[in-house]
Design a protein around this ligand. Structure first.
Ligand SMILES: [Ca+2]
Ligand SMILES: [Ca+2]
Ligand SMILES: [Ca+2]
Length: 188
């Protein structure tokens, strides 16, 4: 029994260590500069893109140095998918799954190399290690998660909700008054 208890503590500690090794935000993180939210989604490149679509966006399109810097600062040590791919037979013709134009790249030295004669590489991963990060084209099963990016719909402010409530109460009050007046007229 004591042994089992010890084992349980050991596994909890180990899980804790594993979890803290990757500083990946669990919930969405909002970037005020882009007005977009970001979250880690799991899967090979295709599954991760599907999961990003389910959130209302795509795998991240890194459009400029500022967005790249923001990801480094907010995600920390991490390797996973971004929404860049060169599908089909025209290698090197990279597109963002978001449909945005490719205006910025951050390839690692010697990349993209399309596998350098090995299995063809059409899917791009990002590796962040401290202040440095770089991109590499690879095969679609090289990573088990990616970064989703989507346009956030502003949630109504509590004040707006309260005002809406007052407005509805006002309408209900007017309806009651109208009915009372009608009753008075009917009686008279
Ligand atoms: Ca973006
Ligand atoms: Ca390729
Ligand atoms: Ca490569």
């Amino acid at each position: 029994m004591k042994k089992l208890y010890k084992l349980l503590i050991a596994s909890v500690l180990m899980f804790g260590l594993t979890a803290s090794a990757n500083a990946i935000p669990i919930g969405p993180v909002f970037n005020p500069a882009t007005g977009h939210s970001y979250q880690i989604v799991s899967g090979d490149w295709f599954t991760a893109e599907s999961n990003a679509i389910a959130l209302g966006g795509h795998l991240v399109a890194i459009n400029d140095q500022a967005e790249q810097d923001w990801l480094e600062a907010n995600i920390g040590f991490y390797s996973g998918w971004i929404g860049l791919t060169d599908p089909g037979e025209i290698d090197g013709n990279f597109i963002w799954t978001s449909g945005e134009a490719v205006t910025y790249t951050n390839w690692a030295s010697g990349e993209p190399n399309n596998g350098a004669g090995g299995p063809e590489e059409d899917f791009v991963g990002l590796s962040i290690s401290g202040p440095n990060s770089s991109w590499n084209d690879t095969t679609p099963f090289s990573f088990t998660s990616g970064i989703a990016e989507w346009s956030s719909t502003p949630v109504p402010e509590p004040a707006t909700v309260a005002l809406l409530g007052i407005g509805l109460a006002g309408l209900a009050g007017a309806e009651v008054r109208r009915r009372r007046k009608k009753r008075a007229v009917d009686k008279g």
